[in-house]
Design a protein around this ligand. Structure first.
Ligand SMILES: NC(=O)c1ccc[n+]([C@@H]2O[C@H](COP(=O)([O-])OP(=O)(O)OC[C@H]3O[C@@H](n4cnc5c(N)ncnc54)[C@H](O)[C@@H]3O)[C@@H](O)[C@H]2O)c1
Length: 476
């Protein structure tokens, strides 16, 4: 009881302190999946920490939804980033979540206005622009934090702490796999924003700059040499089923057996149900398994959320979540098209990258878009121990094996964590703490650090395209 009273007092002091400190104010450039649904939602859940006070977003529905949810005053609502950043600085920070090719200009302008910036990855789609942003943030003495969310996920931070503790000795080799599930690859990299490298960025930059960053962070050395192979092996007209129409909904002869059937992905959300069926939460697992077995039960009120699913990836394809709205998107946009007939799809569907670091550590990385379950797996061999990790959509596991005693111990274990395995929340928390403490030193994924992962990604792309080993020094 005494403890409870003490705890109540501490809680009320904390609440008073929160009331006394104003939340950090933010402007948002781009209210899409990341801007509105990730960082916007974080602000709504933590009103004492951050408040959006201005927005630039060209899509009317997205803009209005954000304005209503965050109560943005009319004078601070813009259809594009330019007029917002033509004004004097009006908030503490800028959060920039436009598409890959639209990162450079608004970030440069925001830094020059004196904003500290949280910028989505990739920093930019050319190495010159990435370098330039790191330089500008130094010149302006501003925080430029890049959304390499993986570093903030407990899965990777537990691995990093274990390496730093010295328990596995010196790291000698790491092998990391990024297993992208078939439906996610189809959604983002065949039908979606990142299917064409000229309009967005190469796959190794768009998706795997996170993995380059993790390798750089864990090895704690700069990369020296890189080789890489990969291609688009499967998705093309040569593998198209006979008689396939342009859109799945127009009577495809293999609709019941096609993994990529748009109705299966966006209306029946079968791939998401498969992930949920492995959930560590008993009730969630029960509901989802029941719906998978008896789809007609999805109409019952207790299963409502399964039926009226409005989150990613459905949120990417439409703003109208009625059955009619989703069917319309599947009839008119790329998201309903046959995956074998999207002729400007030119990003790789599998790639391997080998890296030698300055201290002679070697790493191998594999990315592919044909996995059953979304997730990453990692094996780290050191001179005294081994770490084996699984970072999957259904949950995490990190095991440490000591070579001398052969003892295996669980380092980290968790059920499904939302938002990049907890990385999204961790990133926002760290960003706001950095702003509060006005400390550039503590920014884990600052622009300088992120520049290394981007360099590695650009080098891997060149190595693959030019079929040669790339020395990183030639690009620094
Ligand atoms: N950190 C991660 O793990 C992670 C995950 C997914 C995506 N991303 C990155 O986040 C970024 C955004 O991705 P997304 O999925 O949210 O994309 P999105 O297309 O859903 O959002 C981008 C938004 O920017 C808006 N926009 C376009 N032109 C604009 C302008 N002139 N001014 C202001 N806004 C404008 C678009 O209308 C759209 O709403 C991309 O660079 C992507 O690569 C990062």
């Amino acid at each position: 009881m005494i403890w409870l009273e003490g705890k109540e007092q501490i809680d009320s002091v904390k609440a008073m302190m929160r009331e006394m400190t104003e939340p950090i104010t933010a402007i948002l450039v781009g209210a899409g999946d990341r801007g509105a649904d990730t960082y916007g939602e974080y602000a709504l859940q933590h009103p004492d920490l951050i408040k959006f006070i201005a927005i630039a977003e060209p899509q009317k529905k997205r803009r209005e939804k954000f304005v209503n949810k965050h109560q943005i005053p009319a004078r601070n609502v813009f259809e594009s980033w330019e007029p917002l950043l033509d004004k004097e600085k009006i908030a503490d920070v800028a959060i920039i979540t436009t598409q890959d090719k639209m990162h450079y200009e608004p970030t440069k302008r925001a830094l020059k206005l004196g904003y500290d910036v949280l910028l989505e990855k990739p920093m930019s789609t050319t190495l010159e622009e990435c370098k330039s942003l790191a330089d500008i943030s130094d010149e302006e003495d501003r925080i430029l934090q890049i959304c390499h969310v993986q570093r903030y996920a407990p899965f990777y931070s537990s691995i990093k702490s274990l390496i730093d503790s010295g328990k596995i000795g010196k790291v000698v080799n790491i092998s990391l796999r990024e297993n992208i599930s078939s439906f996610h690859y189809a959604h983002s990299f065949i039908r979606g924003h990142w299917h064409n490298r000229e309009n967005s960025s190469p796959m190794i930059l768009a998706k795997s700059c996170h993995d380059m960053d993790i390798l750089y962070w864990l090895v704690n050395q700069k990369a020296l040499k890189i080789s890489s192979f990969g291609s688009q092996k499967f998705f093309g007209r040569e593998n198209m089923p006979e008689g396939a129409p342009d859109f799945c909904l127009r009577g495809c002869p293999i609709e019941d057996s096609c993994l990529y059937n748009s109705k299966r992905i966006y209306l029946d959300i079968i791939p998401l149900l498969h992930i949920g069926a492995k959930s560590s939460r008993g009730m969630e697992r029960f509901i989802i398994k029941t719906v998978l077995k008896f789809p007609q039960l999805a109409n019952l009120p207790m299963f409502k959320r399964v039926k009226n699913f409005t989150e990613w990836p459905v949120s990417t394809i439409t703003n109208d979540f009625t059955r009619e709205g989703i069917l319309k998107a599947l009839s008119e946009t790329n998201y309903g098209k046959c995956v074998y007939k999207i002729d400007d799809h030119n990003v790789v569907d599998h790639q391997v990258v080998n890296i030698e670091f300055e201290d002679k550590t070697t790493t191998s990385f594999t990315m592919h878009g044909f996995s059953d379950e979304e997730g990453r797996t990692i094996r780290i061999d050191g001179t005294k121990g081994t770490i084996i990790g699984e970072h999957l959509a259904s949950g995490d596991r990190v095991v440490h094996i000591d070579h001398l005693t052969d003892r295996r111990s669980n380092v980290w274990k968790s059920g499904r964590l939302v938002g990049h395995g907890g990385g999204d929340d961790g990133l926002m928390k760290a960003f706001l703490e950095n702003i509060e403490s006005e400390s550039k030193q503590n920014v884990l994924t600052n622009a300088r650090a992120a520049l290394e992962s981007h360099l590695m990604a650009f080098a891997a792309d060149i190595a693959r395209l030019e079929n040669r080993v790339v020395e990183l020094e030639e690009m620094r």
